[in-house]
Design a protein around this ligand. Structure first.
Ligand SMILES: Nc1ncnc2c1ncn2[C@@H]1O[C@H](COP(=O)(O)OP(=O)(O)OP(=O)(O)O)[C@@H](O)[C@H]1O
Ligand SMILES: [Mg+2]
Length: 228
């Protein structure tokens, strides 16, 4: 699905790896390792200084950027909704390409387990967890193939985080999505991931199966990171 060839982008150095369809990848490592930087390369929020990224066999920059960002959806730690109602937010993407039907709204809220009455609510009046559900619904409105998640639950309290995690798990299963998620929570990594990429000092130190790589780290860097 994605292939990185000798990709350099501060602070990332010389990344070479492949992401396959339906991989559930956890990106983890110390703060400043370049996790968000790597995620943003995948929907061209940034482009590498050197090297080449391929998406579906084509150089990533050959895909029209609107198409790419629909197929490769991003959800951030802090829900980035704009002022207005829930409906305003979730129909925005599809409306741009004249592809919105009002019946979609109810379905999208069902995906993220919110009642359809929320469509008319002002986003300012929602709780943090509800906002994160709406962010997710907005990304799903574009029918993505890939979901990029940058610490999607780390701004939420424990209980709300677990609920969102459950929603994510079901969605990824139901829509057969490819997922790349950044998380600092290794229990969450075990629940949601089947593959791990451990980044440190801008380098991919380990690429392995979850939970194996967490139970039996091959490098001292990963072993130390897990112990902390
Ligand atoms: N364009 C840039 N030029 C130079 N340095 C940059 C640039 N963009 C980011 N950095 C630096 O690269 C490092 C990695 O940033 P990044 O946000 O990817 O880390 P991260 O692994 O996501 O960390 P965190 O866990 O704190 O979110 C940071 O130290 C940041 O200051
Ligand atoms: Mg980050």
């Amino acid at each position: 699905m994605f292939r990185f060839e000798n990709v350099y982008q501060e602070p990332l150095e010389d990344l070479n790896f492949t992401i396959n369809q339906k991989d559930k990848v956890i990106l983890f490592g110390p703060s400043g390792a370049g996790k968000s930087t790597l995620l943003f390369l995948l929907n061209r929020l940034s482009d590498p200084e050197r090297g080449q990224i391929y998406y579906e066999g084509e150089p990533i920059q050959n895909h029209p950027i609107i198409d790419l960002r629909k197929k490769v959806g991003l959800v951030l730690q802090a829900p980035n909704l704009f002022p207005g109602t829930v409906l305003d937010n979730i129909k925005y993407g599809p409306s741009l390409v004249g592809n919105w039907k009002n019946s979609e709204g109810k379905k999208l809220l069902e995906y993220v387990q919110l009642p359809s009455s929320y469509l008319e609510r002002d986003v300012d009046q929602l709780s943090g967890g509800e906002k994160q559900r709406v962010s997710l619904a907005r990304t799903l409105a574009n029918s993505p193939e890939v979901l990029l998640l940058d610490e999607p639950t780390s701004a939420l309290d424990y209980r709300t985080a677990e609920e969102i995690e459950e929603v994510l798990k079901e969605l990824i299963e139901e829509h057969q999505l490819t997922m790349l998620m950044v998380t600092h929570n290794l229990s969450q990594a075990r629940r949601l991931g089947d593959r791990g990429l451990f980044l440190k000092d801008g380098r991919l130190q380990e690429d392995g199966k979850i939970p194996d790589m967490l139970d039996h780290p091959k490098t001292s860097q990963l072993a130390e990171f897990i112990e902390q």
